[in-house]
Design a protein around this ligand. Structure first.
Ligand SMILES: [Zn+2]
Length: 207
């Protein structure tokens, strides 16, 4: 069976991307701590999800990176992943690809979905190009596996409901509180997606 590294953020998109691809690949999960806000709760969720999915999760502690990024973007964002205002897909995706290739994995699985691309239309193609170039460079079979690239977040949720996935384990919030704050950008996107999907939102929001 082919091997893949899968990015976990603690959220539903990444965990459901793993669920969708786990019959095709032998998957190892990877969580990147780059000092993002709410990271402890995100990691706790990622670990709960990976355990439920029977996926081994590795944690990359790059938390000091935030010291190099804070103050360079609005709202204390650390621009290391797709979907941030300043989009830097080289960040986590570059590191994770390098790790995947070093482990002789054939793919990097990630939960990038259609709504993420509203920030940058080019992110999906960019990531696919990176994988294609890496394949040529190293003369190996390697691809970016983005099963939700043409799927909205609401449809990702519908898929989760359809397969009875524990969506309540997932964490979107970028605040450091036990419950989802309900008002940060990620919470807003989560609320809207559940409402658009027309299904019950299991999330406990502080407001
Ligand atoms: Zn929040």
């Amino acid at each position: 069976m082919k091997k893949a590294i899968a990015l976990y953020s603690g959220g539903m998109d990444s965990a459901l991307a793993v669920q969708k691809m786990k019959s095709d690949y032998q998957i190892i999960g990877a969580f990147f701590n780059v000092g993002q806000p709410g990271v402890d709760y995100q990691l706790a969720s990622a670990r709960r999800l990976a355990t439920w999915q029977d996926i081994h999760l590795e944690v990359f502690d790059l938390s000091s990176l935030k010291n190099n990024f804070l103050g360079l973007a609005d709202k204390n964002q650390i621009s290391m992943s797709v979907g941030n205002t300043i989009n830097c897909p080289f960040g986590i995706f570059g590191l994770a690809s390098t790790y995947a290739i070093s482990r002789r994995a054939n793919a990097l699985v990630a939960g990038v979905h259609k709504d993420d691309l509203t920030v940058s239309q080019h992110a999906g193609q960019f990531l696919k190009n990176v994988a294609e170039d890496a394949s040529k460079l190293h003369n190996i079979e390697f691809e970016m596996c983005l099963p939700f690239l043409n799927t909205s977040k609401a449809d990702v949720i519908r898929y989760g409901i359809e397969i009875n996935f524990p969506l309540g384990y997932t964490r979107s919030c970028s605040e450091s509180n036990e419950h989802h704050c309900g008002s940060c950008d990620e919470c807003k996107k989560r609320k809207i997606a559940f409402s658009t999907a027309g299904v019950n939102d299991p999330t406990q929001y502080a407001e």
